[in-house]
Design a protein around this ligand. Structure first.
Ligand SMILES: [Zn+2]
Length: 258
C-alpha cells in the first residue's frame, strides 16, 4: 500500500514527511469523492464534496499565512468537473486515488485492527507525522429540509482531539454564531462530541489516528438539510467566513500547544 502511494505521488509524499525534530503539517481532508459526493441539500445547491473542493484551499491558506505548514488531501481521484479540478489543483490537493467507497473498507496499515473507508488518508497522516487532521464534511439529518435549527457538532477522536475540537468550536461560536446574520443552532452552541468508533464497519480512521497520538476532528457543524445553513454557505462571503473560522480555530490551537 505504501509503495503504491509513493509510486503515484512520490514527490508529494516526500514533501509531506516532516524533517526530524520538526512538527508535522496540519492535514486537511476533503470528505467523500467525485463519484460519491456525500450529503446534498434537498434543492441540489450544495453537497459536501464540491463545497470543500472549492473552499478547503481557503482553510489551508489561513493556516499557512499564520506560519504553519498545511497539507490538503482527498482519498479519491481528481474531479472530472473542470472548475472543481482547477480549484483542487490551485489548492494543491494530494489525490490518494483510492476510491474505497461503499462496502470496500480497509484496515489501517499501521493499526490493522481499525478498519474503515477512507483509511488511506489516516495512514497518510500517520506516515507524514501530521500534527493534526481536520476531516472536512457537512452534515445532514435525512434528505428533506428540516424546520428546526440543528445541533452544531464537531466530532473528535477520544484521546487526542478534544482540545482541538474545542478551539474550532470557540472560533465558530465567535465568528459565525454570535454575530448578526450568523448561523443558527438549536441551543445556540456548537458542541464537541468525542467518539471512539467501532472498528467494523465504521470509520476506523478516527481510531487509527488516536492510536498514533494525532488529534483529529470531523467538521460536522453545518447542515445541508437546514435552509438557513445552506443559504449562508451558498453565498461566497458566508462560505469563506466558514472556512476562515475553522482555520482560525486550528491556528488558535496550534499557538496554544506551542
Ligand atoms: Zn460527509
Amino acid at each position: 500500500m505504501r509503495t503504491l502511494i509513493c509510486m503515484l505521488c512520490g514527490l508529494l509524499l516526500i514533501a509531506a514527511i516532516a524533517p526530524a525534530g520538526e512538527q508535522g503539517a496540519v492535514m486537511l481532508d476533503i470528505g467523500h469523492q467525485s463519484d460519491a459526493r456525500g450529503a446534498a441539500s434537498p434543492d441540489g445547491r450544495v453537497n459536501e464534496y464540491e463545497f470543500w473542493c472549492r473552499y478547503a484551499g481557503e482553510v489551508k491558506q489561513v493556516i499557512e499565512d499564520a506560519g504553519y505548514s498545511c497539507l490538503l488531501i482527498n482519498r479519491g481521484k481528481a474531479p472530472a468537473d473542470k472548475q472543481l479540478r482547477a480549484a483542487c489543483a490551485a489548492a494543491g490537493v494530494v489525490q490518494m486515488n483510492k476510491p474505497d467507497r461503499g462496502a470496500k473498507r480497509y484496515p489501517s496499515t499501521h493499526y490493522p485492527e481499525h478498519i474503515g473507508c477512507g483509511m488511506v488518508c489516516a495512514d497518510y497522516a500517520i506516515d507524514s507525522k501530521a500534527r493534526c487532521v481536520v476531516f472536512l464534511h457537512l452534515n445532514s439529518v435525512g434528505n428533506k429540509w428540516s424546520r428546526k435549527p440543528p445541533a452544531g457538532l464537531i466530532i473528535c477522536n477520544r484521546k487526542n482531539g478534544r482540545v482541538l475540537a474545542e478551539s474550532v468550536c470557540n472560533s465558530l461560536q465567535k465568528s459565525l454564531l454570535k454575530v448578526p446574520g450568523g448561523i443558527p443552532y438549536a441551543d445556540r452552541k456548537v458542541k464537541v462530541l468525542p467518539r471512539y468508533i467501532g472498528s467494523e464497519p465504521s470509520a476506523g480512521w478516527m481510531n487509527a489516528l488516536d492510536e498514533a497520538g494525532i488529534p483529529a476532528i470531523v467538521f460536522e457543524a453545518v447542515y445541508v438539510n437546514y435552509k438557513q445553513h445552506v443559504d449562508y454557505i451558498c453565498r461566497e462571503e458566508g462560505a469563506r467566513k466558514l472556512a476562515r473560522a475553522i482555520a482560525a480555530g486550528v491556528v488558535d490551537w496550534l499557538r496554544q500547544s506551542e
